[in-house]
Design a protein around this ligand. Structure first.
Ligand code: NAD
Length: 481
């Protein structure tokens, strides 16, 4: 059983009570995680506050710390990846990639150059626009990519000069706790603190008086609660929320040539990706061919425990999510949908669900209208492209989407009409630390990644140096007698 602790002020924080963490491949509790108390949350916030003034002073030291963090993560691959597989369910290869991506995010933000922004430089004034850190950041993550999503916040927040209190999902706390323990060797005490616990601890973080910013990734439902809770003291907010990404296939594609890309975009991480393809719109003329190609891919993929090197897809991460996938698929089948592949849970222990391709289904059915967040993909026929686009956009979701076509320019023109934060052409889920990521509508507020994500962990300050010599600006000189 892994022995992990919370880290507060650079020190292990002893657990007064614990909660069980389930291995989704067995459905059995395999480890205990510390349940953070309100006093421990206060201590973490205090430690982050105390560490802030010094941490904020030296940007070069922060860049070096991020380089060191990247090296620590890469050195800990063999420690972190198996733990991630055990608590999240994803295959080892994916777990390795997730640790690698976390290290990459640290390196990217270590090296990102911030050009000087001078907006006036003349005889009257030198005016610079400077980005200042906010102070303490409260960061809350979900269970699908516990590490990468945490480092999408940690790396820019620390680079900008903030200190941080982080809370991972109660379904996947262990890898994050372990990573933060290991990273203390690269950081001054109190700069990066982690507490673990349930949803109540998250709510206590967002309403806590200390943080100046909340950076939250999770469901829309929770995101709205976070926004309400952060409002009374006007905390800054970044919300990375749920998606129901459409993929629109155009009439000039060869179905076989897009099947791999669409299948990968829908089923990576077992469909548990905010920006996975969650519904596919296909022209009537090639509908059956696309359904058959996707069903063929789905029926050939090897599903099994993440620890088995042969597994390409693991289990659904947790019981409530597993129940939700079962419910949405059953609802679609009861309404007349056809399971071209899968359609049911797999035999045996654990939260395994057959990769499912649903045909003869359309808008208005729950699995099309809602976010399934699991290995089940509805494929919808369309006759008229404008109508398909209207249906793709007729939702409060607006995270991302993709268009697939042989004529790239035409596909790009259609992609530009999608109402979402990322519009891909002939690919889906191509994400990178230099590419901004965020949602339109209910899928989010603000963006992560790149200079835009870094800016989200800062306030703008205008620094105006007068060169007129008499201490008067145009506005103040007007009130002189
Ligand atoms: P969730 O909203 O249930 O939980 C996410 C985190 O919020 C957990 O740590 C949880 O303990 C905490 N939490 C719960 N209630 C809270 C409250 N009232 N106040 C503060 N924190 C609270 O989400 P989930 O089910 O773990 O994750 C799946 C969802 O996350 C999906 O909708 C998915 O699309 C979305 N997601 C979005 C992105 C993105 O970048 N846009 C990335 C990954 C996942």
């Amino acid at each position: 059983m892994p022995n992990v602790t919370m880290t507060i002020g650079g020190q292990p924080a002893p657990a007064e009570t614990t909660f069980g963490v389930t291995d989704p491949a067995t459905g059995e509790v395999f480890a205990e995680a510390p349940e953070g108390t309100p006093a421990q949350l206060d201590a973490a916030m205090e430690a982050a506050s105390k560490a802030y003034p010094d941490w904020n002073l030296d940007e070069d030291a922060r860049r070096q710390a991020l380089r060191d963090m990247s090296a620590v993560l890469m050195g800990a691959l063999g420690d972190l990846a198996p733990l991630l597989t055990a608590e999240q369910g994803k295959p080892m290869n994916d777990a390795n990639l997730e640790v690698f991506a976390s290290a990459m995010w640290c390196s990217y933000f270590a090296e990102l150059e911030r050009p000087r922004e001078v907006v006036q430089d003349d005889g009257e004034a030198l005016v610079e626009v400077v980005r200042r850190p906010l102070g303490v950041v409260a960061a809350i993550t979900p269970g699908n990519f516990p590490l990468t999503l945490a480092f999408g916040k940690i790396a820019p927040a620390l680079r900008a000069g903030n200190t941080l209190v982080l809370k991972p999902s109660p379904f996947t706390p262990l890898t994050t706790l372990r990573a933060v323990e290991l990273l203390q060797s690269a950081l001054p005490p109190g700069v990066l603190n982690v507490v673990s616990g349930g949803d109540g601890l998250g709510a206590a973080m967002t309403s806590h008086p200390v943080p100046r910013k909340v950076s939250f990734t999770g469901s829309i439902e929770t995101g709205k609660k976070v926004a309400l809770s952060a409002a009374p003291d006007l905390k800054r907010l970044t919300l990375e929320l749920g998606g129901n990404d459409p993929a629109i296939v155009l009439d000039d594609v060869d179905p076989a040539s897009v099947a791999d890309g669409i299948f990968g975009g829908a089923f990576a991480n077992n469909g548990q990706v905010c920006s996975a393809i969650k519904r596919v719109y296909v022209p009537e003329a090639i509908y059956e061919d696309v359904v058959a190609a996707l069903a063929d891919r789905a029926s050939r993929v090897k599903v099994g425990p993440g620890a088995d090197p042969a597994s390409k897809l693991g289990p659904v991460n947790n019981a409530p999510q597993y129940e939700r996938v079962k419910e949405l698929v059953a609802d679609a089948l009861a309404g007349g949908a056809r399971a071209a592949a899968g359609g049911a849970p797999m035999d045996g222990p654990g939260y395994f669900f057959s990769p499912t391709v649903l045909a003869d289904v359309t808008d208005g059915v729950r699995i099309v209208d809602e976010e399934q967040f699991g290995p089940a993909l509805p494929v919808i026929a369309y006759r008229d492209l404008d109508d398909a686009l209207a249906r793709a956009n007729a939702t409060q979701f607006g995270l991302s989407g993709s268009v697939w076509g042989a004529d790239e320019d035409r596909a790009a023109e259609v992609a530009g009409r999608l109402e979402c934060g990322t519009a891909w052409v002939n690919v889906h889920m191509a994400l990178a630390p230099h590419q901004p990521f965020g949602g339109f509508k209910w899928s989010g507020v603000g963006v992560e990644n790149g200079p835009w994500g870094l800016a989200g962990f800062t306030e703008i300050q205008a620094v105006h140096r007068s060169r007129v010599g008499n201490g008067l600006s145009a506005a103040t000189s007007m009130v002189l007698p």
